[in-house]
Design a protein around this ligand. Structure first.
Ligand code: HEC
Ligand code: HEC
Ligand code: HEC
Length: 467
């Protein structure tokens, strides 16, 4: 009985301690005030032609077709979608800043990406100078469901800014987005667009259009000095989004990364005391995120357009030193030109079982065999005069063949004893030309193990013990 009472007493003491603790916790959480409502401005940009990751190795980020799943995490009436432009990679420009010649594949990408923006219901897309020029020259300024804003092209009536209204805790909130290029627009242009007197229910976002070598510190200081901007978005050459100043100071200065690997957002929160706070967030566009069927099909359309444009083999080509030529892997299997036929039949038989010998089929399986951006690492000598052009013209030069690593075979095939192939140390350097971090995540630093995997020679050859 005594024991029982002690037990009960103990329990009461423990319970009251717990209660004490939890009431203390409550006091703390009273101080972190919970917002009454929020809206989210998703900001993407600098996709630079990256419709989706190449798929060469696992864990890659990005893909337009995964954006709907991220956007739909917020109800449509509580979000705004803005893209800051730089739709395709930088083109070559003339001295007076005109595009010299637009890469045909990039024009196809421009079509497809703007079509994706339409489908995704983007509210605003900022056209950079290059975006504007491509759209102007190819009749792509009209018929979009998104609003184009641009620091360029006054003559086309492109607005430099746009106001969207959303509802925040039952009241309207105005989100004003303007683009600003210090070389094109006077600074006070920003104050002219944003109301002088900051109304509590206005959030003013400035998208900075400027070359990568511009003096961003000065640009940011100038804009901040006006006292009207709540958020400044800078272009920056990093794939990852970055907050360029401390959280919750005004204005919020951020860069949103590149190639669609992340989706940034500014969450606008309203608090019980009517104050409004901005927070910068970003999500990585991971493989686990669900793909959207329409956008998967749009990528198919892109692949078909690339195929129909017959882009393969139209690239500029270099000539190999000493008149050397690529002759294909089969020429190494049975070199009938000299007295010892079938010299490398063993190595050939081993190689043909390796992944390298399937590299072209791998592209066929994903329908990218007509894509110049893919082919270069999956065939022999794409940049060289005697290298792969198309399957029809150069059927023997598909796959990661012998000559990629051992060098062009023409002279060696004629006279193998006097014309040695590439020294082993140079072959190893070759691996990293294709096995770049972007395409082959864990390769660099593991060359030794990787070479073991591709062994196709009879003796386990050491780099030091090759004749
Ligand atoms: C011309 C580009 C290119 C070069 C050069 C190249 N590879 Fe590869 N490698 C590929 C491609 C493409 C694949 C994928 C083939 C497939 O699965 O279709 C691959 C696959 C592999 C694989 C199989 C994947 C794995 O990790 O199991 C290994 C191992 C490999 N390469 C090792 C090497 C080594 C070692 C070198 C240098 C001696 C080298 N590669 C040079 C393009 C290249
Ligand atoms: C810079 C060279 C390079 C380019 C360009 C390239 N690849 Fe690859 N690809 C590789 C290498 C290297 C591998 C082998 C990666 C590994 O296993 O580590 C590979 C592997 C692959 C694989 C096999 C992946 C697997 O799971 O086995 C696919 C599919 C593929 N590439 C598709 C593409 C497509 C599509 C493109 C164009 C959008 C492309 N590649 C462009 C180098 C390249
Ligand atoms: C991805 C690169 C790669 C490809 C493709 C490749 N090899 Fe090799 N090969 C090597 C490397 C690396 C070594 C040497 C490894 C060592 O000695 O450590 C080698 C070694 C050899 C050797 C023995 C070493 C010598 O030079 O005497 C022969 C013969 C050979 N390869 C023939 C071929 C033939 C034939 C093919 C095509 C059917 C082929 N290789 C495809 C990378 C490659």
């Amino acid at each position: 009985m005594k024991k029982l009472i002690t037990c009960i007493l103990l329990l009461i003491i423990i319970a009251s301690c717990k209660l004490n603790n939890s009431s203390r916790n409550k006091n703390i959480s009273k101080q972190e005030i919970i917002p009454v409502d929020s809206v989210t401005v998703f900001i993407t940009g600098n996709v630079m032609g990256s419709l989706k990751p190449c798929g060469c190795s696992g864990g890659q980020l990005g893909g337009l077709d995964r954006r709907p799943a991220v956007f739909d995490s917020i109800p449509a009436d509580k979000r705004l979608l803005i893209d800051t432009g730089s739709i395709v990679k930088q083109q070559r420009l003339s001295q007076d800043q005109e595009i010299l010649s637009l890469d045909e594949q990039d024009l196809i990408k421009f079509h497809i990406i703007t079509q994706a923006f339409d489908y995704l219901n983007y509210d605003i897309v900022n056209f950079t100078r290059q975006d504007f020029m491509i759209a102007r020259d190819n009749g792509l300024l009209d018929n979009h469901t998104f609003k184009i804003i641009s620091s360029y092209g006054d003559e086309f009536d492109l607005a430099p800014g746009y106001k969207n209204q959303l509802s925040l805790d039952g009241e309207g909130i105005n989100i004003l987005t303007v683009c600003y290029d210090p070389q094109e627009q006077p600074l006070d242009f920003i104050t002219r667009i944003f109301p002088e007197e900051q109304e509590p229910n206005n959030v003013n976002i400035v998208i900075v259009n400027a070359e990568a070598n511009a003096d961003f510190d000065k640009i940011i200081a100038d804009i901040s000095g006006l006292g009207v901007a709540d958020c400044i978005i800078c272009p920056i050459n990093s794939d990852e989004p970055t907050l360029l100043d401390e959280l919750n100071t005004k204005p919020l200065v951020c860069a949103i990364g590149r190639k669609g690997r992340y989706i940034s957002s500014i969450v606008i929160e309203k608090y019980p005391d009517d104050s409004i706070k901005l927070n910068f967030n970003h999500v990585a566009v991971k493989e686990e995120i669900k793909q959207d069927q329409y956008l998967i099909d749009l990528y198919r359309t892109y692949q078909d357009m690339v195929k129909n444009a017959n882009l393969l083999g139209t690239n500029p080509r270099y000539i190999l030193d000493d008149g050397l030529k690529y002759e294909g892997s089969e020429s190494c299997e049975s070199s009938t030109c000299h007295s010892e036929p079938s010299k490398h039949s063993y190595e050939y038989a081993e190689w043909i079982l390796s992944d390298h010998a399937k590299a072209y089929q791998t592209l066929v399986d994903v329908n990218s065999q007509y894509d110049p951006e893919c082919i270069e690492c999956h065939v022999i000598g794409y940049e060289w005069e005697s290298g792969f052009k198309t399957l029809e013209k150069t059927p023997k030069l598909i796959n990661v063949g012998c000559e990629i690593c051992h060098g062009p075979g023409s002279e060696h095939n004629k006279d193998p004893y006097n014309n040695k192939t590439r020294p082993i140390e140079d072959i190893v350097k070759q691996c990293l030309e294709c096995h770049k971090p972007e395409h082959s995540g864990d390769f660099a630093g593991h060359e030794e193990e990787k070479i073991k995997i591709i062994q196709h020679w009879e003796e386990p050859n050491d780099v030091n013990n090759v004749k």
